[in-house]
Design a protein around this ligand. Structure first.
Ligand SMILES: Cc1ncc(COP(=O)(O)O)c(C=O)c1O
Length: 405
């Protein structure tokens, strides 16, 4: 650069420079490096970091994509997706979630993450507040920042669910500046599932204060024990008007790389979202849309098979974690994560979950995500989207590491 006082950063936007790098991907990178080293010694890192199913995409879905490609269904589509897929999504919302939408209420995008980004960009002006209950999935805060909005974190209770008093307080303090509240049940990172009553209480506050709700339901199919999934939009017509219900085929059908997510909302919201999609991604990947259509309409047995397997792993991991001195883990009712409190293990050597996760990776070769990424560094997130053998080995390593701390 001719002017030596300037660096590339002087030219880049504050919006992007203010973004944090994805902590899960940063951790995976570090785990990769260690793994490479370990391979030479015939060992490996146990990875509990990344949140994606370890199962393969079911073959009927893969076949549908191959067929679509062979039939040259490879061109641009409508920005909100092909009609067949939107009709299938509409039916899914009616059948599974008891919410009646028309095709004009449906938007298909490139994964739930991209759909969430488009929703946030559709709503947020600079400085607008988005309420985000802790612990939260990391992209919510970063997407709000990218839209120049202000993420405001809502505190949580012992059960790792939203603290309603704190929500009320924040709503009063920021009256008139709050556009959205993001709820996520079943929750990443805690596995918490909100009851109907809890959703009604949250909904009442949003209705009284004209706050739109983004309901992220991507883990809805992975529910355990007596827990039941409720969509907040199904609770009343008023709540339906105020809610954007987000979902995806990514987790349910082990299709994370296919990048198909979707949402349903008031048709005016969808119309405005379509404008953003038109000028950015154009449309969700065409063959993947045909695969997603098969996922939604085809045989659903694989979903239950995966759910049963996750439930077994959850029971095992929950028992093992609570058997380790210094670890306190609440029982997850959904998703494929546990979020244990490890603060009793902190010392001058390991002062927070970030340092704990770093040491655990270096010394015990186990990758977990420090709670900092989700808004609280007294916790770590463990994804049990890993085989039972790996989970057993990982728990053995974790237990030994904690004993020696
Ligand atoms: C809560 C939550 N919402 C959305 C997503 C993104 O899903 P997709 O892969 O469809 O973009 C994830 C992925 O980890 C998630 O955990």
């Amino acid at each position: 650069m001719a002017d030596s006082n300037l660096t590339i950063d002087n030219f880049l936007s504050k919006r992007v420079l203010n973004l944090e790098e994805s902590p899960t991907f940063a951790l995976e990178k570090k785990a990769d490096e260690i793994d490479l080293q370990l391979k030479k010694e015939g060992s490996f890192v146990i990875r509990f970091g990344i949140g994606q199913p370890d199962f393969d995409t079911p073959s009927n879905i893969k076949d549908a994509a191959k067929k679509a490609i062979d039939e040259n269904k490879t061109r641009y589509t409508a920005s909100t997706g092909i009609k067949e897929l939107k009709l299938a999504i509409m039916e899914k919302f009616y059948k599974d979630n008891n919410i009646k939408y028309g095709i004009e209420n449906i938007f298909a995008g490139n994964g739930a993450k991209q759909v969430l980004d488009v929703i946030i960009r559709t709503f947020i002006n600079s400085g607008d507040i988005v309420l985000i209950p802790k612990p939260y999935w990391v992209s919510y805060t970063q997407q709000v920042i990218l839209s120049e909005g202000k993420p405001v974190e809502v505190e949580f209770n012992e059960d790792l669910k939203i603290n309603i008093e704190n929500l009320n307080k924040l709503v009063k303090e920021n009256a008139g500046r709050i556009k959205l509240l993001i709820i996520n049940s079943p929750n990443n990172p805690t596995g918490a599932v909100y009851s109907k009553k809890e959703l009604e209480d949250i909904g009442e506050i949003c209705l009284e204060n004209n706050i739109f709700i983004i309901s992220d339901e991507v883990y809805e199919n992975f529910i355990y024990g007596d827990a039941q999934h409720y969509s907040i939009a199904s609770l009343s017509e008023e709540l339906k008007d105020l809610t954007i219900t987000v979902n995806a085929v990514s987790k349910t059908y082990a299709m994370t790389g296919w990048r198909i997510g979707y949402c349903a909302a008031d048709k005016e919201i969808i119309k405005q979202m379509a404008k953003i999609q038109d000028q950015s991604a154009s449309n969700p990947c065409t063959p993947a849309q045909w695969a997603a259509l098969e996922a939604l309409k085809g045989n659903q047995d694989s979903v239950e098979r995966m759910r049963i397997e996750y439930e077994k792993r959850k029971d095992y991991i929950y028992k093992r974690l609570n058997g380790i001195k210094g670890i306190k883990c609440s029982l997850p009712e959904g998703a494929f994560y546990v979020f244990p409190d490890i603060s009793a293990l902190f010392s001058s050597r390991v002062k927070n979950a970030f340092e704990f996760a770093g040491e655990l990776l270096e010394k015990a070769k186990v990758a977990v995500v420090p709670g900092r990424a989700f808004g609280d560094d007294n916790f770590i997130r463990i994804s049990y989207a890993a085989t039972m053998d790996k989970i057993k080995e990982g728990m053995d390593r974790l237990e030994k590491f904690c004993k020696e701390l």
